[in-house]
Structure formats: C-alpha cells, structure tokens
Ligand binder design. Structure first.
Ligand code: BGC
Ligand code: NOJ
Length: 876
C-alpha cells in the first residue's frame, strides 16, 4: 500500500495521510542553515553544526513519535475549537491533508471545518533563516474569526548539553522581545561568550506572545493542548531560565472566500564581538533588523522561493535521463540527485536516525558522498576535500570523524580504520574527472599532527598507508575496522556497553582485510592515473605495480574457491569462507575486488592462473593520458573468471527480492573475535541485512563483466520508488534510500531503517548513471558505455560536463551494428573527447539488439568489444 504518490512534474512527493509508519522527513537549507521537517511539521533547525549550534529542541525517542517542531495552531475564536493544520501535535481529524516534500522545501496543507491552511517551509539561499509562509482561506459561507498561534522550543545551542545539563541550563535561558515589532530573540549565553542569537518574527501585528514554555503550554500539558491556545490568549511571558520558547498570537478576521498570508521567520544571527550590545545586556539589532524586515515582506518571500526553485532547476540540468523505466528516471533526475546533495551536506550527522549529537562528518562517508555530489557542487567538493585531507596525519592515517563547525578531528573516536585514507583518493579522482581542476593537487594542506604537504602528497601517503601495513598473507591490515565498522577483528570486547569503535584493541593485531585489498587495488590505480596527470610517470608506474601485486596476492590468498574471502582474523583464520559455520560469504569483497579489477579477465588462453586474473593494470581508471587500448568486459561465454564466479555466488547465496544481503549465513551468536557484526540479531544491520550501500558495488561489478540485466535487476530491487507500492513493508520514505532493509533472517524482512544519510545515495547514483547508463566522466572526456538490460531499446540523456552539453541518444541497431558518433563523426571506442566550453555535442550510440542469455547480455562480443560493454577501467 501507499501513503502518497510522486508528483514528478513538480518534483514533489505528496503524502496523503499524516500517520505514515514512521515520520517521513525532508531537509530544509542548502548551505549553512539547515533543518529537518517531517510530514507533520516535526523536526528542528541548526546553523552549520547540528550539535554545537542547535536552534530548536527536539526529543528523540519521544511518544508519540515526532513531537516537537515548527508548530502552528488554528483556533476558531467563536467556538473555541482549535487544531493543528499539520495534524501533529493536536492530531485533530482533518477533512483534507497533504504534505508535499519538494527539493529543500515542504508544504503542509489541510482543511478543517471550512478553513484551508497551507504552510510553506523553506530556507532562502544565502540567508541564515527559515521562512514559514502560512496561507489561510475561509471557505465557509460566513465570516471566520480565527487565532493563529506559532510555537518553537529553543535549544540552548549545544544539543548534547541541552539534553543533559539541567542543573545549569534551567538557569541560563534568556530572551528579549522587541516592543516595536514583537520579534522574539533567544539569547541564552549571549551575555558571555556567544556572539549569536536566534530570533522568531511574525509579519502581522501580534495579539500576544509567550517566551516561557510552561506559560504557553500550562503545567503538565504537552504541545497537543497548550493552555494559551485553549483559552485563546497568550500571556506575554518573558523567560528567565527554564525553557525559553517562541510563540506568537495573531488574530485573523476572514470574510467568506478571503485568504490571508502570515509570514513567520526563524533565524540565526551572529554579531561582531565588539558590537554585540546596543545597551548593557541588550542585543544590538541594527544589523539583523533590516534582514528581518526584508524577509517579512511577501514579495521577498515569493522571490526567495522562486530563487530556490531556480537553483534546483539549474542544478538538476547537469544530468537528465529519459529511460524506459519510470523509477529510474524519477530517482536519477530528481530524488537520488537530491539525496546525494543532502548526504554531502549532512554526512551521517542528522536525521531521525542520527541525533546530530553523536557523529560529525565521517571521513570515509564524506569521501564517498563526493562521488555522487561533485557534479552538483564542485566548488564545495573542493573545499570538502581540503577539509578532509586536513584531518589526516603525517603517516597518511586519518581521523575517522570531524566536527563541521571546528573542522577538527574527533578525539573520542580517533583513527585506525585502515580503509579511511583510500577513500580520499577515490573522492579526489571523482573531483578531477568532473572538473579537470588539477590545481587542487598542488594545494598545501596541513596534517592534524603538525606539518603540511600538497594534496598530491596527502594522496600518496594515503596509498602508502596501506602498503606500509600489510599482514602475514601480504593483505592489508584491517586496524579497528574497514568499511564495515562492525567487523572488529582485533577488539574482543566483553564489557557490556563498550563501544566497538573505540574499545582498546589487542596489541599487535594482524587481522587482514580482503575488502581493503580490493579497495587498494582500485585506489592505487586511480592514484597512478592522477600521478600521470601530475606529470609523475615514475610514481604512476610504481603504484600500478603495487596494484598489480595486491591483485595477485588477493587472487592467491583472498579467494575461497567460489568467492572472495572477507578477511583473516586475529589468529590468521579465514572470515567469509566456506570453512566457517556462519558468515561464509560477505558481499563487500565480491563487489570491491571486481571493481578493483581483480579477476575480471582469464589468463591468455582462457585459463585462470594465480596472478593472471586482474584487469591489465596499465590502464588507470581515472582516465589519464592513454597508456593502452580500450578493453571491454570479458566476452560472454568465455571461461568463468574469479569475477563471474564471485558474482554468481552473490546471486545464489545473498540475493533476495528486497536486495542483496551483506552476508550469509547470519551470525546467530556473539563472536567476540568478530566484534559488533555478531552483536546484531540475524537480519539486521551489518549482520545479514540488505545493507544497501554495498548493493551498487555488485551492480557496478556486474556491469563491468557485461551483465546489464543482472546489474539493473539489483538496481530495481532497492530503488525506493520501485518499492513505493510496498510502503507498509518498507515503512521508510519511498523517495530516498535507506541504509538498510531487514534481511531474510529477520522477522521483518523488507523493512527499511536509517533512511536518508547513507553512502547508498552516492553509490546508487554512480551505479545507475555511470555504469548501467554508462555516462562516465573521465579525465580526458566523457565516456558513454552503456550496459543496459536486454529489453531496453535505448535511452536519451543530457549531461553538462566541463562547460559543454552532451545530448546523448542510445538506441538499438541491427545485429552486429555498434558505433558511437559525436556530432556525426565516428568515434573509435566509447570516449567522447572533451568539447569546448559552451559547445553542444550530439552523441549517438548504436548498440546491437539486446538478447537474453541466462541473464547475461551478450551484445558486447558481437561487435568486437564496443557497444554494450563496460569500459571497466580504461583511459583515454
Ligand atoms: C553501526 C554502523 C556504524 C557504526 C559507527 C554501528 O553501530 O552498525 O553502521 O557505522 O556504528 O557509528
Ligand atoms: C555506516 C557508516 O557511516 C559507514 O561509514 C560504514 O561504512 C557503514 N555503516 C558500514 O558499517
């Protein structure tokens, strides 16, 4: 069943009943001021840092869920009846209800007893404030005398402290109310070291206000029945300590058919330290007042909203596709791109599953987010790259997380997650491919432990970090954990409640990760191409040789017989092997080793032999200067390779209709030698859920071996729009990916959790756009190498890339027919050379007809390697 529907023309998801299985949220803000808003107006706001600069309060784990937010109440002053036009918090039954989540805005509309109300929430670009524009229409045949009440609960800035340190905080709260215009200023701690305050303003003359929460709500009452609303009168309270609050009271008198608009502003402002006060203790409002006055004007609000819409219009023209599949179009053109930018902004810090308190920006998370967002925000990606590199240490290691406000690493979690540095290489490679801006490599960036070096040097140290840390089999040491934060092979935690991420590890841990081996092979090749680009061919040769060596070691020691092993534990025993009773096969190395090019091609003569199984490694995937010819995927029907066998094992053992599980069989008991992974009940999270982040790796790997049907099949299984009809099972938002979907072992198989902030967003975007549709930025041009499902007749797309526009048409031709034309000229291979900025290039790709061949698309072989083939790792 569904709880709403997509409105693709308006790029909105329309929720048609308020009681969704969990709150379905959206994000407000695009740069520095942000908020989350649920479909019933729940949520909260912050400036830059959800932990350290929290504007409004929110209680997680509340009952009913999602209580507290950006509330408006309407009251019929003749009958005394009142209701929430967003359903929450009064939960009064509404005659009509609709929430439209759009791109960085939300509109909640409803009708009750002949009064229609609609509230638009958004953050104007370039401002540190949010607008709530309420429109009220009297659809009754008679006059309506109404009261509008607004309500926000201010947080005392540091969200962690705000939720815990009451002995101090109940005494620090301070507000001011401007007698002239009724603006409520929240200024807790402004008297001392804070130079910032929050404000809450209203466009209409006030009938009253409250700033002390208990005065507004009344003793022992919740937001569902505030005393002020019930009696139709605010009390003019001024908060001293306790809980500063913002509430306005406006009276509206509406003739039949009449509409009125009321604008509320919630904002953040910082004054220069030497100009904080206009009188002792009184906020200097000279700078903020004009901003407030401007944004209380309906015309400013209308223009600001138009500007926000234009911003998204423009951004989304970077890539538009028209494929035979509606769910693909909707996700690629709208929602997946949107989620990529949101994850770029938030990392994993704030959602309804992340409190904004516990984590800042994750190092590996933010690096991966770049892959899906660099085309949308290249300048910000550049800045992010520098910020991330600045949390590295001189040995190449990195802080696992950093705080966005201070941009310094979090000591509480520290470092030692041995995959972290390698992701930076992938992030920078993506940036270089998208922008061609090689100047970034020369940027000087500090290390957290002193000294500084160029970004190129940082990257080199990132790669060396792995080379310098290998174990008994020559595979990379895992450290605290690799991508899988819960595979803690050196930890052996036995104390309840101890964090697996920070618990002291056993000294001299020699556990090794096959996943890092795959990631290293990929990253070292990417770095080699970067080295070529930087004019350092000797570096490039050296790192290619290292990649080749790692590929050979992996083929020898990281192969279990039918799939890639996951790891060797602290005692040198295999993890993710048919020899294990539980956790025999893991998804991560199957995807990543193939992406690293390991085991894609058979040896010459079609035989497999150790070390001879990797993609020829002289071809950097970053696409630097040409060092070799193109090569498509192995020919269909050729001898199975490690890659095809690993992928077949994934399909056999891990695939479910709800996506591909992380491992099987699930761990049924706690294994202290494996760590947190076995702490989850079977089917959840890292213990055998469909951990969506990893699924696109298998999609990409499938595309790399030419299996378009397989790749797309996996894509559809977890595509949220394709799962919309299952909303009562899936339960999370159908417009964004969730981190996980409960696996086959869980009683709730198919139920999603942890929506919004997940690397799933970036990787699915990469999988569908770059590998299945095959539109792939490279250093020397735009590759167009689709690996489509056999039934697709083709697709069209437009891609803006380095200032030029590529208008792409892919269609099927005759058997054996296969070519790529750029502006009518035949192009050898699949790489469309860079066009001059401003140019429009017509790209036509003709593929042979698709055929089904046991799920395997064979068209690649029929045209000698070009056409519907994956250009897995090619350069110019
Ligand atoms: C979760 C992981 C997460 C880790 C670090 C674990 O409990 O299962 O997904 O990466 O915590 O926050
Ligand atoms: C979520 C974390 O944010 C991410 O960094 C990690 O890779 C996955 N969980 C898997 O453990």
């Amino acid at each position: 069943m569904r709880y709403g529907h997509f409105d693709d023309d308006r790029r909105e998801y329309v929720i048609t009943r308020p009681d969704t299985p969990v709150p379905w949220i959206n994000y407000l803000g695009t740069e520095g001021y942000f908020g989350i808003v649920s479909n019933t107006a729940g949520g909260y706001s912050w400036h830059r840092d959800a932990r350290l600069r929290r504007l409004t309060r929110y209680r997680y784990n509340n009952v009913p869920p999602d209580t507290g937010g950006r509330y408006l109440y309407l009251r019929d002053d003749i009958t005394g009846q009142y209701w929430s036009p967003s359903w929450q918090p009064t939960q009064t039954v509404l005659d009509e209800y609709e929430c439209r989540h759009g791109l960085s805005y939300t509109v909640i509309g409803s009708a009750s007893g002949g009064i229609r109300a609609s509230t638009l929430y958004f953050v104007p670009r370039g401002e540190t404030l949010e607008v709530w524009r309420l429109t009220v229409t009297n659809e009754r045949a008679r006059h309506a005398e109404l009261s509008v009440f607004s309500s926000v609960e201010f947080a005392l800035w540091d969200a962690q402290d705000d939720a815990t340190n009451f002995q101090r905080n109940y005494s620090t709260g301070e507000v001011e109310v401007d007698p002239g215009n009724g603006v409520i200023y929240h200024k807790t701690e402004y008297r001392e070291r804070r130079d910032h305050f929050a404000y809450f303003a209203c466009s209409e003359p006030l009938a009253g206000f409250d700033t002390q929460r208990e005065a507004f709500l009344g003793p022992y009452r919740g937001f569902d029945r505030p005393l002020a609303v019930e009696r139709g009168r605010a009390s003019g309270s001024i908060a001293h300590g306790w809980a500063p609050h913002g509430a306005h009271h406006v009276r509206l008198s509406l003739a039949p058919g009449e509409t009125k608009e009321v604008i509320f502003l919630l904002g953040y402002w910082e004054n220069p330290r030497d100009a904080k006060f206009e009188a002792p203790g009184v906020i200097n409002k000279a700078m903020v007042r004009p901003v407030i006055e401007r944004w209380l004007q309906p015309s400013t609000v209308a223009a600001g909203f138009a500007d926000l819409t234009a911003f998204w219009d423009e951004l989304l023209t970077v890539l538009t596709v028209d494929t035979p599949d509606e769910d693909t179009n909707r996700m690629v053109n709208i929602w997946n791109a949107y989620q990529c930018l949101v994850t770029f902004n938030m990392s994993r810090s704030v959602s309804l599953f992340e409190t904004g308190i516990s984590r800042g920006m994750g190092f590996r998370d933010s690096c991966q987010d770049l892959l899906g967002s660099v085309q949308l925000a290249p300048e910000r990606a550049r800045e992010r790259i520098i910020d991330l590199a600045a949390t590295q240490f001189a040995d190449g290691g990195a802080y696992h997380q950093y705080q966005p406000l201070t941009k310094t690493g979090n000591d509480a979690i520290g470092s030692g997650f041995n995959d972290d540095p390698l992701w930076l290489v992938l992030g920078v490679a993506a940036y270089l491919k998208e922008t061609g801006d090689t100047t970034v490599l020369g940027e000087r960036v500090p290390f957290s432990d002193g000294g500084e070096a160029t970004l190129y040097d940082h990257l080199e140290r990132s790669v060396r970090y792995t080379i310098d840390r290998t174990g008994p089999h020559g595979l990379p040491l895992i450290g605290r954990a690799d991508w899988n934060d819960c595979l803690n092979l050196n930890c052996f935690s036995q104390s309840p409640g101890e964090s697996f991420q920070t618990a002291e590890n056993r000294a001299g841990g020699v556990a090794e990760s096959v996943f890092i081996a795959g990631l290293f092979t990929l990253a070292a090749r990417e770095f080699a191409a970067i080295a070529d680009l930087a004019g350092r061919p000797e570096d490039a040769d050296g790192y290619r040789a290292d990649a080749e060596k790692m590929a050979a070691v992996t083929a020898e020691h990281g192969w279990d017989g039918e799939w890639f092993l996951r790891a060797y534990d602290h005692f040198g025993k295999p993890v993710g092997s048919s020899r294990n009773a539980e956790g025999q096969i893991f998804i991560e190395p199957q995807g990543m080793c193939v992406m690293g090019g390991i085991g894609i091609f058979p040896d010459a003569g079609g035989q497999e032999g150790p070390g001879g199984r990797s993609v020829p490694l002289d071809r950097g995937s970053t696409g630097g200067p040409a060092r070799g010819g193109e090569q498509g995927p192995p020919e269909a029907g050729s001898a199975p390779t490690l890659a095809t066998r690993a992928l077949a094992s994934v399909r056999e053992r891990l695939a479910t209709p709800h996506g591909i599980m992380l491992l099987q069989p699930a761990f049924t008991r706690y294994h202290s030698e494996l760590g947190e992974i076995s702490s989850y009940p079977p089917g959840y999270k890292e213990n055998a859920s469909v951990f969506c982040h990893t699924n696109p790796w298998v999609m990409i790997a499938s595309a790399m071996v030419g299996d378009g049907d397989g790749a797309f099949d996996y894509y559809k299984r977890i595509n949220p729009s394709a799962r919309e009809a299952l909303s009562e099972v899936h339960r999370c938002e159908p417009y964004v990916y969730a981190q996980m979907i409960a696996g086959r072992d869980a009683p709730t198989h198919g139920e999603a959790k942890n929506s919004w902030l997940t690397g799933t967003a970036a990787w699915n975007f990469v999988a569908i756009t770059q590998w299945i549709l095959g539109i792939r930025p490279e250093l020397s041009g735009l590759r167009v190498a689709p690996v489509l499902p056999a039934t697709w007749p083709g697709y069209t797309a437009t891609r803006r890339f380095r200032g030029a526009t590529y208008s792409i048409t892919v269609r099927r031709g005759q058997p054996g027919e296969s070519r790529l034309l750029a502006d009518g000229e035949l192009v050898e291979g699949t790489l469309v050379p860079l066009a001059a900025p401003g140019a429009t290039v017509r790209v036509e790709v003709v593929l042979p007809p698709g055929e089904r061949d046991g799920g395997r698309d064979r068209t690649g072989e029929e045209n000698g390697g070009y056409g519907e083939t994956a250009a897995c790792v090619r350069d110019g």
